[in-house]
Design a protein. Structure first.
Length: 114
């Protein structure tokens, strides 16, 4: 579980390739746990609110890159991330894409294998 989290953080700028459904959701599960831990600390020490802001900024690019690779895994273009700009319906459509089963066969987003 934590391996998926650290993999996503180390591949933060890698937009090519694919990411499995489990890697995507385990990353978000650990990320949610980090939010709770940092939120708990801030509840007792409000002066550390900046720590939460820094964590959010540091995980923004890995979250987007992981979303791109997850969409590639189901055969969709990264441009589908912009569907969230459509209020409410966009989030539902993106959620459906993100929970879809991975394509077993090779698609156009697989890295070239020479």
């Amino acid at each position: 579980m934590f391996q998926h989290y650290f993999d996503a953080l180390t591949k933060y700028a890698r937009l090519e390739g694919r990411s499995t459904r489990s890697a995507f959701w385990y990353f978000h599960l650990v990320n949610l746990m980090m939010h709770f831990i940092i939120g708990f600390i801030i509840a007792f020490l409000p002066s550390l609110f900046m720590m939460f802001s820094i964590y959010l900024l540091l995980t923004l690019i890995p979250i987007l890159a992981l979303g791109v690779r997850r969409l590639h895994d189901i055969g969709k273009s990264a441009w589908w991330l912009f569907i969230v700009l459509i209020p409410f319906i966009g989030y539902i459509i993106l959620f459906i894409f993100l929970v879809k089963k991975s394509q077993a066969e090779q698609n156009k987003f697989d890295p070239c294998r020479w």
